[in-house]
Design a binder for this molecule. Structure first.
Ligand code: BGC
Length: 763
């Protein structure tokens, strides 16, 4: 009897407890940003009180984001935006910067509107604000997470001083097709690495405290699978299985949520038949329900409107309904929330609660930034003067640029060059300021500030040692079939004749990658290769310094150049950083975050492909029904993770602490790396695993850890990694994210072709 009573009592208590939990849960306000104070009573009171007095028009105004005319980054502008600010019809502005400019706009909102709600200022602060760092892909090639975080931090310090509260970064789209111009904006092909970079960038922008005046909101974009555009053509159709979506494209977005990112931007593309901007599966089921994201979601440029040509709705009004239903909180320059939401709410098609939720999310972040305390706190001339392009920032940009460069070839130790030799600096990118800073270079000045290769060389070795000639020109829209212009060749050849060494600064113009900048040919554009062929006839060492926003196909160059240095678009201090590396003041340490194919026909080519049922064996030359091309090897020209140094590293003594992994106990993997060359140098030590058998097929290799370490010449360092059961998890046959029992291989080395191997099992 006693036991029965006890069970009954426990049952009742259980019910009371569960109801209390449920009550608490229901009672809890949807809050914006968990790593800041989700239960901030003062914030909730402020937002509640505003919402309770706001008219429908005022609420809708908060969901509107318009561009100022200060900068334009898309196909439309509303010249009347200032009038709309004063009328409370726009709550957020982008493409505005500088303290006095942003303060002036803020004043229009605060002093003219009924409730004085401050504007939120956003901008594409992608790889620096005015001190421009290497393009994001270049930064990623550093494999230096601390430096990447620091670059984002510096960008936030500069942007916030000029009145900005919010950046449309990081771009975390995994991409494996170098035809797609936006590979330049991401962190490459690998999922694990992209997650690490994404977290570092969110941390850098947002810091520890959003209220601090030197931190800004980050925005994970473009959600989702934008990088999987068919044929590498921007905005094109994306059709990927749920497994591929969750395995490859979503993890970096999830990583930003875990890092506390404040906002998300939808992507232009459709995903499996539904445009991302109206995609409930992405925006509600995954983002809100599975991941618990509490910030706000903004569209990409007019991407609500674009659902009409996508063919998913018949007009913009239907598009608005689809977007708000799916969970879009803010309309970027589409001006369709402002046009249609009111009617849709008044006629009962859209419940007003949906709008309230969107407005709440936006107001919460305005509150978190401290804008209700002081709307002008970010627009600060003194800080602007002190920090923007400060010496420390420029030095950090130079350092990051050095770290980002990847030495692809260095026959007979051609590099570094002696400072006493005469150099012929040739090429269409040898003295172009604009190209140094790359696309999406925000408020970075296109003239005067960026240091060109020529300027870097002259400062390093003196004007008397540099003979300069462009040799040829590039243009963004040049076609394969355009007649070659060779008028500059003779000047370039004459310059080269007078020199000991030729340095060719070639590649792509900055606007040949980035948004809407896709290419069907990844050879050196124009007649740069023809010029190189002429120069080669002179029998002098040739160093190719590449500027590009993507991998290029460089088989000929690899066979014919003495050295190749991939410098990406290296930023404001690019010319100095290139000179630092070329003349040996710094030792290259970058590694490729994206595979360089031999030819375009291999694309997409990435290191962690599947084995297939007919894999080729190493050194097999004949295609006996194997999965291989007739006219080219399967292998890349330069694999993911690859990059040389001026010194050499030897890997040995790969050890595993155990040959069994358990749920409780991981495995320590260690390896001895010796610097066997003549320079102190940094190496990116990489750890890969292979799950040999799975309930679904597994990749040939997966990156699970890396460390960038300085090893002095002659020194040996033991590098250790911890593998845990978490590292073995994947989406199994039933789409559960689990580790499956079985055998695993481990590979350690300096690139994804890492040869040192061992194994362990999970039983
Ligand atoms: C791009 C976004 C960018 C936005 C605002 C769009 O065209 O896709 O990446 O943030 O413009 O400038």
């Amino acid at each position: 009897m006693k036991t029965k009573n006890a069970i009954f009592l426990a049952f009742i208590l259980g019910i009371v407890f569960i109801s209390l939990l449920a009550f608490n849960f229901n009672d809890k306000k949807e809050t914006a940003f968990e790593s800041w104070n989700a239960d901030d009573k003062a914030m909730n009171a402020k937002v509640d009180s505003l919402l309770s007095v706001m008219t429908l028009d005022e609420k809708i105004g908060q969901t509107v984001l318009l561009t100022s005319t200060r900068d334009v980054t898309g196909p439309s502008v509303n010249e009347n935006y200032e009038k709309l600010i004063k009328e409370g019809k726009v709550g957020n502005i982008f493409n505005a910067y500088e303290a006095s400019f942003t303060r002036n706009l803020q004043k229009m909102a605060v002093e003219n509107t009924r409730l004085g709600i401050p504007l939120l200022f956003g901008y594409d602060v992608i790889h620096g604000h005015k001190t421009i760092f290497p393009i994001s892909l270049g930064e990623s090639a550093s494999f230096d997470l601390q430096a990447i975080e620091n670059a984002a931090r510096i960008a936030a310090v500069e942007a916030s001083a000029e009145g900005l509260h919010w950046t449309f970064a990081p771009m975390v789209d995994v991409a494996r097709d170098p035809r797609w111009g936006r590979v330049s904006e991401g962190s490459g092909e690998d999922v694990y690495y992209s997650c690490e970079v994404a977290k570092a960038r969110v941390k850098g922008f947002q810091g520890e405290d959003l209220k601090a005046t030197n931190t800004i909101l980050a925005c994970a974009k473009h959600y989702a699978a934008y990088g999987a555009a068919q044929a590498g053509r921007d905005y094109h159709t994306v059709d990927v299985s749920d497994r591929e979506l969750r395995t490859t494209y979503l993890p970096p977005f999830k990583a930003t949520v875990d890092a506390g990112v404040a906002s998300f931007m939808t992507s232009f593309n459709e995903l499996n038949g539904v445009p991302a901007t109206g995609n409930k599966y992405l925006l509600k089921d995954i983002l809100r329900d599975e991941w618990g994201f509490k910030g706000f979601v903004v569209t990409d440029y007019q991407s609500i409107n674009e659902m009409v040509p996508h063919g998913i709705v018949k007009d913009e009004e239907e598009a608005v309904k689809l977007a708000i239903d799916a969970g879009v909180d803010m309309d970027l320059q589409g001006e369709v929330y402002s046009k249609h939401l009111k009617g849709l709410i008044e006629n009962g098609t859209v419940p007003v609660e949906k709008l309230d939720t969107a407005v709440r999310r936006i107001l919460e972040l305005k509150y978190a930034l401290g804008l209700f305390e002081d709307p002008y706190r970010y627009s600060d001339e003194d800080r602007q003067k002190k920090y923007v392009m400060s010496e420390g920032h420029l030095e950090a940009a130079r350092d990051m640029a050095r770290k980002s460069m990847v030495l692809l070839k260095n026959e007979n130790q051609t590099l570094p060059l002696s400072k006493n030799k005469k150099i012929a600096l040739i090429g269409p990118l040898s003295n172009t300021e604009r190209d140094m800073i790359g696309s999406w270079s925000g408020a970075g000045k296109h003239k005067d500030d960026p240091v060109t290769v020529l300027e870097g060389f002259v400062e390093m070795i003196g004007a008397e040692n540099v003979i300069h000639a462009e040799g040829t020109k590039l243009s963004r829209y040049m076609k394969r079939t355009d007649a070659p212009i060779t008028s500059g060749f003779s000047e370039a050849i004459a310059a080269a004749k007078k020199a000991d060494v030729i340095v060719a600064a070639m590649g792509e113009l900055q606007n040949m990658s980035g948004e809407a900048s896709c290419r069907t040919d990844l050879d050196l554009p124009g007649n740069q290769k023809e010029l190189l062929k002429e120069l080669k006839k002179l029998n002098k060492p040739i160093v190719l310094v590449l500027l590009s926003g993507r991998p290029l196909t460089l088989e000929w160059e690899d066979n014919n150049m003495d050295a190749i240095l991939e410098a990406w678009f290296p930023g404001t201090m690019g010319g100095h950083a290139i000179a630092d590396i070329v003349f040996g003041d710094a030792v290259p340490s970058g590694k490729l975050p994206l595979t360089f194919p031999r030819s375009l026909g291999q694309v997409p080519l990435y290191y962690n492909m599947k084995n297939t049922g007919r894999p080729i064996k190493p050194n097999v030359k004949i295609n006996t029904y194997k999965s291989m091309y007739l006219d080219n090897p399967n292998t890349p020209l330069y694999p993911f993770g690859y990059g040389l140094s001026y010194t050499t590293f030897e890997y040995k003594d790969l050890k595993l602490s155990n040959d069994q992994i358990t749920n409780e106990k991981g495995i320590k993997v260690s390896v001895d790396v010796t610097n066997t060359g003549n320079y102190d140098g940094e190496e990116v030590v990489q750890l890969y695993i292979k799950d040999i058998v799975g309930s679904v097929t597994r990749p040939v290799k997966e990156l699970k850890g890396f460390q960038k370490v300085l090893i002095r010449k002659g020194e040996t360092k033991t590098i250790a990694f911890n593998l845990s059961i978490e590292d073995l998890k994947f989406y199994d046959i039933d789409m559960n994210f689990v580790a499956e029992k079985g055998d695993f291989k481990v590979f350690v080395g300096g690139d994804s072709e890492a040869k040192l191997t061992s194994g362990f099992s999970y039983n």
